[in-house]
Structure formats: C-alpha cells, structure tokens
Design a protein around this ligand. Sequence first.
Ligand SMILES: *[C@@H]1O[C@H](CO)[C@@H](O)[C@H](O)[C@H]1NC(C)=O
Ligand SMILES: *[C@@H]1O[C@H](CO)[C@@H](O)[C@H](O)[C@H]1NC(C)=O
Ligand SMILES: *[C@@H]1O[C@H](CO)[C@@H](O)[C@H](O)[C@H]1NC(C)=O
Ligand SMILES: *[C@@H]1O[C@H](CO)[C@@H](O)[C@H](O)[C@H]1NC(C)=O
Ligand SMILES: *[C@@H]1O[C@H](CO)[C@@H](O)[C@H](O)[C@H]1NC(C)=O
Ligand SMILES: *[C@@H]1O[C@H](CO)[C@@H](O)[C@H](O)[C@H]1NC(C)=O
Ligand SMILES: *[C@@H]1O[C@H](CO)[C@@H](O)[C@H](O)[C@H]1NC(C)=O
Ligand SMILES: *[C@@H]1O[C@H](CO)[C@@H](O)[C@H](O)[C@H]1NC(C)=O
Length: 765
Amino acid sequence: MCPAPAMAFFPNFLLPLLMLTTLFSTPALCYINPATARVQENATETSTHRVYIVLVEPPRSSDAGEDAHRRWHESFLPSSPTAESTESRLLHSYTQVFSGFAARLTKAELNAVAKKPGYMRAFPGRTLQLMTTHTPAFLGLKNGTGFWSDAGYGKGVIIGLLDTGIHATHPSFADHGVLPPPARWKGSCKAARCNNKLIGAKSFAGDDDSAGDEVGHGTHTSSTAAGNFVPGASDHGAGTGTAAGIAPGAHIAVYKVCNGTSCDEHAILAGLDAAIKDGVDVLSLSIGGSGGTSFDQDPIAIGAFSAVSKGILVVCAAGNSGPARGSVSNDAPWLLTVAAGSVDRSFGAEVHLGNGKIIHGEALTQEARSNSKSSYPLLFSEERRYCEYEYYSSFAGKILVCEAMMSTIQKANIRYVLGAGAAGVVLFNDEVTDYATILRDYNSSVVQVTAADGAMLTSYATSSKRSRSMATLTYNNTLLGIRPAPVVPWFSSRGPSYVIPGILKPDILAPGLNILAAWPPKTGSASASFNVISGTSMATPHISGVAALIKSIHPDWSPAAIKSAILTTSDTVNNTGGSILDQHHEKASVYDTGAGHVNPTRAADPGLVYDLSTRDYAGYICSLFGDDGLVTFVRNSSMTCKMLPKVQDMQLNYPTITVPLTSTPFTVNRTVTNVGPVTSTYTAKVDAPKSLVVNVFPETLTFSKAGEKKTFSLTVSSHNVGQEELVEGSLTWVSHKHVVRSPIVASTGAGGRSSIRAPFFVSAP
Ligand SMILES: *[C@@H]1O[C@H](CO)[C@@H](O)[C@H](O)[C@H]1NC(C)=O
Ligand SMILES: *[C@@H]1O[C@H](CO)[C@@H](O)[C@H](O)[C@H]1NC(C)=O
Ligand SMILES: *[C@@H]1O[C@H](CO)[C@@H](O)[C@H](O)[C@H]1NC(C)=O
Ligand SMILES: *[C@@H]1O[C@H](CO)[C@@H](O)[C@H](O)[C@H]1NC(C)=O
Ligand SMILES: *[C@@H]1O[C@H](CO)[C@@H](O)[C@H](O)[C@H]1NC(C)=O
Ligand SMILES: *[C@@H]1O[C@H](CO)[C@@H](O)[C@H](O)[C@H]1NC(C)=O
Ligand SMILES: *[C@@H]1O[C@H](CO)[C@@H](O)[C@H](O)[C@H]1NC(C)=O
Ligand SMILES: *[C@@H]1O[C@H](CO)[C@@H](O)[C@H](O)[C@H]1NC(C)=O
C-alpha cells in the first residue's frame, strides 16, 4: 500500500535510488516503511519466535470475565519455559473482537497449540501501514446554520481512532462548547490533557503510556474527524482560516496502536478490543493491509465484525495503492471503505513566462515570500530531469525546472541548489500524478505544476530562444473555488474488490488530497501546528466525522443504515453539474469514487435506507464459509447456517447494486426502510446506457408508517456482452422531498467465483 509510485516512468538508473528513498520519503501518503510492511513469513524458520494471532473457542462458562479468558488463553501456551521465558509470551488476551489471543510462538509451538481442544485458527501477526480548515465548508457545513448546528456538531457521539496517538495539548483538542461524555462511556484517558473533547487515550504500542504522537498522523486524523474550532490555522502561511473537524462537538478516544510508524496487527486488535469495551460509537481506521487480503484471512476484518454487531460503525481507508484496478483494501461488506478526492482549494502560485503565458501552480510554502517582480532564466536539462544539480555550477540566479519524485534525495538536492543561489524550482508532476498535485513541504521557493504544464515549460525552457526563456514566480496564497473539483488522485486505491466482486468497493469518496489539519509542533517552529498531507488516511476521518453527525441526530440507526444514508445521498457530479474526474481529468468510474462524493447535509436526511443486520451478514458468511465461519465471525451459539438463508454477495441488502454483465437477466432483491416522512411515495427512476436493460418491480413504493419496510426487485441484462468489463447505471427512488440513489454496476467479474481461499480453517503450519 505504501506508494510505489510511477516506477515504470523513471529511468532505470534511478530505480535503486528511488526504491531506497521511498522508504523514508513519503510521510504525506503513507507513513510506513514498506520494508517492514510485508508479511514476514518464512517457512523454513521453525525455531524463532514470532507473534501469532490465535482464535479459540470461548471459555466454557458463558459469563466468564476477563481473568477467566486470560487463564483459558494461557492454557494453550507451552508450559515449559523457553529461552525467552522472561518475556511474556501472551501479548494480548482478546475478549471483544473475538475469543483469542496474540502470543509469541515458534512454528513448532504453534503446531502444539493447534492440537489443543478449542483451537480454531491462527494468523501470523502482520505489520500494517498507515494509510482541515476548509473541508467542512467544501462539504457544505457552515457555522451556526442548518444541519451542522442541528446535529450539535456531533454532540454526544464518541469517535474512536486507532492511530499513532495524539498531541493532546493541541488547540484542536480544547473542549470549549463540548458536553461531558455520555454515562455509557467506560473508557479512560492517560493523555497529557484529558477533557470533554479528548475523553479516551490508551496506548498499545510504543513506550509512551500517554498515547503521545511522535509521527503526527494520529493528531491529523483526530482533528479532521472531530477537532474543535481553532481560529487562524495555517501551514507556512497557507490556508489561513478557522480550522475545525467535521464533528467539532463530538468526543475523541484515541487508541495508539502504532509504535512510531509501525502498526502491529496484534496491537491494532488490542485497540479494537478496548474500543468496543469502552463504548465508542464510530471507529476510524486510517490503516490498512496490502490490497487484496481476503477478509477471512484478516483478523482486523473479523474483529471489526464484532464491533459492527455491537452497533459501532467502522470506517476504513481504501488504501494508497491506486490507480491500478483491484487495489482496494479494507473491503469487507460491513466496513465503510473510503477513497480520497481533491478539494476546491489551491495554495496558489504562478509561473509568469517571458512569452506572456501564465501557469497556475501551487506552493505549500507561501510564508515570507515577497512577490518580487524579478524574472530569472529558466533552466531545464534532460540529464538532470530530477533536479540532480548538486555538482553543476551554473544554476545560480536561475529557476530550475524538474520532474517531481517522491524522494528525500530530491528534497535534499532542492534544498542544496536553493541554498547555493538558484532563484527557484518549478517541479512538474510525472504522468501518473498528472493533474492531481500532491503538495510537499519544501520550505522554500518551489512551485508545483501539472504534467501538462511541465511539458509546456520544458519545451519553452529548451526552445531555440532559450537565452530569452525567462520566468517570474508569484505566490497567491489560498485560492478557493478551484475547478475542477473533486478529482480522484492516482494514489487512491481502486475497485473492484477481487475478494467480493459482488459488492462495489470503495464505498465513498471524501477529501484526502492536500488536507490541512492539526500537527504536533514542528521542530524549530513553534507556530506551525498545522500540516498539509494527503492519503486515504485523510479521507477516512472526514467520513467518521460525517457518521458522527448522523449518529448525533439518529442515535438508533444501525451502522448499515448510516452507511446507506451516506452512500445514497452522495454526489456524482460537481457543483457545476460536471462529472467527477480522475487524475488525468477523465471521467472517474465507480471503481474510483464508489457511490459518489460525500454530501453530509443530505446524508442526515436520506428518506430511505438499505439496512443490514448481523443476521443478514451471517447468511452471507454461511454462503462463503459454512458453520466454521459463522462460529468465528458471528459467535452466537444459537445461530447455525441451517436456520439462515444463504446470501450471495450481490444479494446482500447493500446500498449499491452490483450484477453480472450478461445477456441472461439477473435479479437482485432489495429492501428499503422508511426513515423519512411517515406517508410518502417513491417512484423508481433508472438511468443506464441503452445496452443495459433494467427493470424494477414494483416501480412505486408507498409508505404509511415510520420504519416501514418495502421490498423490490431489479432485473438487469445486457445487449453488448463482451464489449466492456464495466457498465454503469443507477437506480433512484424519488419522492417529493428525497432522492435515494444507488449506482448499478454491471461487471464481468461479478457473480464469478470470489478469490476467497478454501479451506477456511488454516491449520497450524
Ligand atoms: C528463511 O530463513 C532462513 C533462516 O533464517 C534463511 O536462510 C532463508 O533464506 C529465509 N528464506 C526466505 C525466503 O526469506
Ligand atoms: C463557529 O461556531 C463555534 C461554536 O459556536 C465557535 O466557537 C467558532 O468560533 C465559530 N467559528 C467561526 C469561524 O465563526
Ligand atoms: C517501539 O519501537 C522501539 C524502537 O523500534 C522499540 O525499542 C520499542 O521496544 C518498541 N516498543 C513496543 C512497545 O513495541
Ligand atoms: C524554513 O525556512 C525559513 C527561512 O527561509 C527558516 O527560518 C526555517 O528554519 C525553515 N524551517 C525548516 C523546518 O527548515
Ligand atoms: C497572483 O499574484 C500575482 C502577483 O501578485 C497577480 O498578478 C495574479 O493576478 C494573481 N493571480 C490570481 C489568480 O489571483
Ligand atoms: C465540474 O466538472 C467538469 C468536468 O466534468 C469541469 O469541467 C468543471 O470545471 C467542474 N466544475 C467544478 C466547479 O469543479
Ligand atoms: C443470537 O441469535 C439468535 C437467533 O437468531 C437471536 O435471537 C439472538 O438475539 C442473537 N444473540 C445475540 C447476542 O445477538
Ligand atoms: C427475490 O424476490 C422474488 C419475489 O419475492 C423471489 O421470487 C426471489 O426468489 C427473490 N430472489 C432472491 C435471490 O432472493
């Protein structure tokens, strides 16, 4: 998931360098060193200890407390002391996410554990990756008016974040205007400052018990979800305004599960276990495994199922592995999977060329840059395309033009040349990044421009009249209303899910490109306590905040109902009616955006919802894994697969509709629940290309009660089979007041065999 950006576009000689530098260079997108992020499996190692996550049957006694769980879990472990006997073997004893534990074992010892009665399955513990002043307004949330204040800015709702910790004393976490936590809150707070805003802080990683944030990521995501109002927020003078999270009235509980930038799965599960116990309402996970991990192989997906069963909405990052199709992770149907888009804000900077042309670019560092009128010669050299000018003497007084790359070495080179007299640097995007510029902090005169503008600039700089290729750099600070927006940048992981081809993933698009939010004070600068970074990590807490606003107004809604509200009210066009675009400024597909771009105000009042209960998911799990799977996921001894209808992925009552792209008519059934006016009538409106034949029955749904349910069926067949992999349409239920939209995704992959591997139970290796 860590960006392996645009490898193919770099010349070979740079590859080793690039691979080396991406390990340390990309905090904006991905905080994890990819070298530590791989599953460390080695079949030949039998004698070394490693962490395993072991699922076992629950203890016999149904009312067993935590001590009884721990004793039961310890009974699986080898009794003979080992060479490492001083180190506690049992790392965590889980009670909420599932019955099981994390322990240090050798392969041989795991084999012995697997022979004990009650053993179910084991996973080698993985190390996972981490995957705003203006965004509330961009999302239509205005101070003192409408839905935002009606929802009390999220009052009474507790958002739990599993992340790198929190810089608790940041002004975003002051509690002015925030009510005391609800009585059901059972958590505790060990942070440097605990108050009505920050009500929970626990650490399961690192040596700092107070869940402090050395990385910044957790501070950024927490403040995006629920940071309080802070006037005058800016990063290097860019983006000045009042900062606020999406749910500034909500409570924050932080579970530190990453040690530095390294997030061990056993710690994530411990955080999840504690969050469920403490009583959070929404869980925000800006962390992910590598794309394509089947959710039955993913203890976090299994653990999140327990959270959802208890009414907690779990919001997860789609991943930063785009733009390849099928790169989405965190794709289990009970998760809300979030893709990243751009915002209509630019940290504007311009390159005025000697020929009169003006290139509109961006610069994160705006502070103390006087707009001098001086113009300088432009210098571009194909041999120094990436700004390797350090041993090249004649750059003084010139503006260097270079292709941007994700690298600390390039950053060091830029610092060097600017220190040694270059007048400025214009960095242009590579072909993969194209129009969606990912701003980086160079703390100097660096302007970033698109790939197209880069082509124009390099041709101007190397033209025959090159001696007269002059340019002036100007800084325009924050510009709003930038078009087009939103745009999906390359890194946002794309669907479809190869694990569940019958469900559209990602679910939703939210701001995740160049997001300004709280940051621990940077060294050498006391004031800069905000930072601009990018990633699906940043998109995720926007949706967690929106979920909190909805939960505040509708405390009784299930996680699936809240998800449905967010998906069916999302925007598929921008505010001038144009399509949402991708990084190449081509129309984005549902695999890029999911249902659409989040629209919080509409999400609060969806009219109808597509609900799903634990029982519905249980039928789906039975269809995949049978009773063995049911026991692992659902843990309800009075449920068996025999008593449940076996539900295929496409038949889950999901708010988006996926069908196979075939000429044979295929029918899905859906049930909608009336959460709008008591009496209302909805009419079906189908929008689809001519090649797709869509029939809805019945075409009208009439409700006369609150909470009333109505079932309809939708049949789809296609004329043009074999021409395309994906055909998009939509079904919209329209009443006087509400518009409830579901994309229809007809795809050649849907209905095929899912890539979930059998057998479900992995016996000890
Ligand atoms: C597995 O570990 C052994 C012993 O540490 C080592 O010799 C071998 O190269 C490793 N294999 C792989 C695939 O990493
Ligand atoms: C928005 O409202 C909150 C709470 O009423 C207040 O604290 C904050 O200063 C306001 N922000 C602006 C920009 O008006
Ligand atoms: C966190 O990482 C540091 C440095 O890698 C290590 O010394 C420490 O033991 C780790 N702490 C935990 C709790 O894993
Ligand atoms: C950024 O640049 C300014 C002056 O150009 C300097 O004072 C400051 O220390 C720099 N900050 C960092 C973090 O390098
Ligand atoms: C940006 O700033 C320059 C110099 O002050 C000015 O000429 C230009 O019009 C500004 N551009 C925009 C879009 O405001
Ligand atoms: C809306 O999208 C269209 C292209 O689909 C684009 O031309 C237009 O500028 C966008 N408008 C805004 C406000 O982003
Ligand atoms: C377990 O399943 C039964 C049968 O479907 C159901 O009645 C009961 O409420 C479930 N228990 C829990 C704790 O969900
Ligand atoms: C859909 O509903 C129709 C009518 O109630 C029923 O005949 C059909 O079996 C249902 N299909 C599925 C897949 O549940």
